[in-house]
Design a binder for this molecule. Structure first.
Ligand SMILES: Nc1ncnc2c1ncn2[C@@H]1O[C@H](COP(=O)(O)OP(=O)(O)O)[C@@H](O)[C@H]1O
Ligand SMILES: [Mg+2]
Length: 351
């Protein structure tokens, strides 16, 4: 397999092979202007979502995950600008469009129909004034010429698909009469109503309790298998990554610092930040102190630097156990260490 991230020319964007890529983001920079300050929220991000696979983007709060996904959807706040980069999206018909440059008219067609998004808080996308049935029906009819009765039948099947009991009755319910987990299922039904090619899920389970979270992850996995869609899954939880991802991109202060297939990432991380994150995953067997049953977690000391005031070299240098002088002088590029595995660390051989 070619070293995808090291050599973008060999990824075979439009090819229909199992190596086919749905979305390839290269050198994306999205900056905010706040008065006279520039916040480099996303600064040179590379990501590859393989067709039919799940790429998980993981990172602490404020690392630029949501801004990355909103850049892809082109739903950024007016104070944000995509200043550089390409986002090559392979459409259902096999043609490739650069989402960074696509006309608004094209983006409107792509959103919902080819790329759909779900968020952490379903109520930001669900309208409290309409029944869930009407919202799904409206979504279907926005993209397709179909009778209301047929759209309602499809909406009902969508609720069945996301395993909501008594779907016919639930169609006439309002969002506020549903539990958080059920609302998230409705959100997924709404997102999948038009059979998208790529689903972007931004922390879809973060607000849910652990049992419901596991059910939603299981549901997404099943739907992906059935529908063959690609998923960009954003989370700050590396435990969730292990559950859902084929590939992982780790973000830190607006940059992807490591990306790899999920097994390689957990088995042989090549960035000290990834290694630190893995050490923070709660492991009851390891973390329980024999005497008091006290949790001995090992959080990474320090905090993420502000993206309005980034250091010259590697942004992780101040927290990094392996830091050397070079790290503070020069930001490492994304270095290919193995097929599909790359890292932004000068000392990747010593991690
Ligand atoms: N609307 C905004 N205005 C100004 N800066 C913003 C805005 N949204 C995000 N940012 C900046 O972008 C950074 C990354 O934000 P975000 O992508 O939401 O982080 P994450 O989703 O990883 O928690 C924030 O730390 C903040 O500095
Ligand atoms: Mg976010």
């Amino acid at each position: 397999m070619p070293q995808m991230h090291a050599d973008p020319a060999t990824t075979g964007l439009a090819s229909a092979s199992s190596d086919a890529v749905t979305l390839k983001v290269t050198g994306l920079r999205t900056h905010f202007r706040i008065g006279s300050t520039i916040a480099k929220a996303v600064d040179d991000v590379d990501l590859t979502v393989r067709q039919g696979k799940t790429l998980a983007v993981v990172g602490e709060s404020g690392s630029g995950k949501s801004v990355t996904s909103l850049s892809i959807m082109r739903l950024l706040a007016p104070s944000a600008t995509i200043v550089d980069g390409t986002m090559a999206f392979t459409r259902r018909d096999g043609t490739v469009v650069d989402l960074a440059r696509a006309k608004n008219r094209v983006m409107r067609r792509i959103r919902g129909q080819e790329i759909a998004m779900i968020f952490q808080e379903p109520m930001t996308s669900l309208n409290p004034l309409y029944t869930v049935g009407d919202q799904i029906i409206e979504m279907i009819r926005l993209h397709e010429t179909i009778s209301r009765a047929d759209a309602r039948a499809r909406a009902r099947r969508m609720l069945e698909l996301v395993e909501i009991a008594s779907p016919e009755r639930r169609l006439d319910d309002y969002p506020h009469s549903m539990s958080g987990g059920m609302r998230q299922r409705v959100m997924i039904a709404l997102a999948l109503a038009c059979n998208p090619f790529l689903l972007i899920a931004d922390e879809p389970t973060t607000a849910l309790d652990v049992t419901i979270q596991a059910q939603i992850l299981e549901l997404l996995r099943r739907l992906q298998k059935e529908m063959g869609m690609s998923i960009l899954f954003i989370t700050h939880n590396l435990g969730v990554v292990a559950e859902i991802a084929d590939d992982v991109a780790v973000m830190y202060a607006g940059k992807v610092v490591e990306q790899a297939p999920v097994r390689a990432l957990f088995k042989a991380p090549r960035h000290p930040y990834t290694k630190g994150l893995i050490a923070c995953i709660p492991d009851p067997a390891r973390d329980r102190d024999a005497a008091g049953g006290r949790r001995l977690l090992s959080p990474i000391p320090g905090s993420v630097p502000s993206v309005t005031n980034l250091p010259g070299g590697c942004a992780y240098a101040d927290r990094c156990p392996l830091v050397v002088a070079k790290c503070r002088e020069k930001n490492p590029p994304l270095i290919g260490v193995e097929a599909l595995h790359s890292t932004r660390c000068w000392r990747h051989e010593d991690v």
